[in-house]
Design a protein. Structure first.
Ligand code: SF4
Length: 502
């Protein structure tokens, strides 16, 4: 028997550091880290100790023999990652409890420095991984600010409610909220309620971890018609985001088109078509659950610009979609090359995940057939959202011809985009803050972490390494005297934050 990592993998690599035989890969030291769909356990080397399962913050690690139904695929998915490689072994220098190499202090700020005071703007994963590093590796005091009245950012408002194991990662951060050197200031918007300069009067540095809260736009006519929505609105709606009205999403229609094939697109399709009773015990917003109970939606169409091998979803999320109770997954059989690519795909390839999925030609001028269904249409570039007063449909092109898909709701899920942060420099092309290993060179005391630093890619765990780099840079700057510590005002912070919260 061996253990296997499953769908909920957050890739924060906590498991890697506890494995006594170094059989979980890629490790943060390996080039592939951050670019794979998840982490994998080499079944040839695993000694079944279970340490990784105990350490995993999202309960993603399970004994292979306990996997049932669709989860059985993870035994193969884990093993496939190591195909053609030598069995993994403990490597010198790897982050391994049993590898007692020379100690490394390069990311620790010693006691010879006055207490470091850092403000972190954003209580999502990037901000909290930074807070964790500061608390564990320095005698730092941390003020975590969030413009919302609640913590957790993307974990609370971005992860789908039917992924409770993924949301569980927030529990680690909640423990940190209680730490005596951590102060929370919720409902405070930096740039509006308090300025960067005011924060710097009381802190040695400010780390901005504000994410990428906007959506990328399609750039086609009609995308602002009523009924055409960004995915952030839909995701915020079912997660109860305070900025999204309870009636922001109207499900009084049979077909919804989602532009995009990333995991957010799959989340939206899954939530819209799931049996509401299965969502009832989750964190779904009550208004969304009530709307789903009376929803007329029974077909969701996912539009992919390119072919099956280029879909943006991860294989675990597509596997989950294949096994959604009462919902049929169908590939629109409109182009011969789509089926040919799926049939020719070798095991482990993205397109191979669609082998065995029904393929059907669909007449888009007709209303959807009875039954709940997700249809994937590949080679479909959006050209125009149609309608006069309201959305009527979307025209797509495969290069040779155009097709109009009738749908009263069109949801664009083609990625996030950062929003300009007050006082900070801005790169409009990437919608990120220009930085050098997390330091904003043009604004003294400012640092960035997470999506506002590297752009909106990578899941929750990817932020751990990103935050670690930023905190490492901050420690370097303290050690080299680039920023000074101990000179900030010790009094008045509480009053400043209380005033800002009003
Ligand atoms: Fe490593 Fe033990 Fe987990 Fe196997 S069960 S992957 S040996 S930590």
């Amino acid at each position: 028997m061996a253990f296997a990592i499953t769908q909920t993998c957050c890739a924060d690599a906590t498991c890697v550091s506890v494995c006594p035989v170094n059989c979980i890969h890629p490790t943060p030291e390996e080039r592939a880290f951050g670019s794979t769909e998840m982490l994998y356990i080499d079944p040839r080397s695993c000694i079944d100790c279970g340490a990784c399962a105990d350490a995993c913050p999202v309960d993603a690690v399970r004994p292979v023999l306990s996997l049932t139904g669709p989860e059985e695929a993870y035994a193969t998915i884990n093993a496939d990652y190591f195909e053609g490689t030598e069995p993994t072994t403990r490597t010198p220098g790897s982050p391994n409890l049993h590898d007692w190499g020379a100690p490394r202090f390069d990311r620790v700020l010693g006691a010879d420095f006055p207490r470091l005071r850092v403000a972190i703007v954003g209580s999502g994963p990037a901000g909290m991984y930074a807070a964790e590093d500061l608390i564990l590796h320095a005698d730092a005091e941390v003020t975590v600010l969030d413009r919302l009245p609640v913590t957790d950012g993307l974990i609370r408002f971005g992860v789908a409610p039917d992924h409770p194991a993924t949301k569980q990662v927030a529990e680690n951060f909640h423990r940190l909220h209680q730490h005596p050197r951590v102060r929370l200031a919720l409902g405070v918007e930096v740039g509006t309620d308090v300025t960067h300069e005011q924060l710097l009067e009381h802190h040695d540095a400010v780390i901005y971890a504000v994410g990428a809260p906007s959506d990328r736009r399609l750039g086609v006519p009609g995308e602002d018609l009523p009924g055409s929505l960004p995915a952030t609105t839909v995701v915020g709606w079912y997660n109860g985001h305070p900025d999204v009205a309870a009636d922001a999403v109207d499900l009084d229609t049979e077909r919804v088109v989602v532009v995009g094939t990333g995991n957010v697109a799959l989340d939206v399709a899954r939530v819209l078509l799931s049996d509401p009773d299965t969502l009832a015990g989750t964190t779904i917003a009550p208004h969304a659950l009530a709307a789903l109970r009376t929803s007329k939606v029974h077909e969701v169409v996912l539009l992919a610009r390119r072919g099956p091998e280029d879909a943006a979803w991860t294989r675990p999320e597509l596997l989950a979609l294949r096994h959604l109770p009462g919902v049929e997954l169908v590939v629109d059989d409109h182009a011969e090359e789509v089926g040919a690519t799926i049939d020719a795909a070798e095991r482990g390839r993205k397109a191979a995940t669609l082998q065995g999925v029904a393929r059907r030609g669909i007449d888009w001028s007709l209303p959807p057939a009875p039954g709940r269904r997700i249809v994937v249409r590949f080679l479909a570039t959006p050209v125009e959202v149609t309608g006069d007063e309201e959305t009527r449909g979307i025209v797509v092109s495969d290069g040779a011809r155009r097709t109009e898909i009738a749908a009263a709701r069109v949801i664009r899920a083609i990625g996030h985009r950062g929003q300009r942060v007050a006082d900070l420099p801005w790169d409009g092309a990437t919608a990120t803050v220009p930085h050098h290993e997390g330091r904003v060179d043009s604004l003294p005391g400012a640092y960035v972490a997470g999506w506002i630093k590297r752009g909106p890619s990578g899941g929750i765990g990817t932020n751990r390494r990103c935050a670690t780099e930023t905190v490492g840079t901050l420690f370097d700057d303290v050690i080299t005297g680039r920023i000074s510590t101990g000179a900030v005002r010790r009094r008045g912070l509480k009053r400043l934050l209380a005033r800002a919260q009003r």
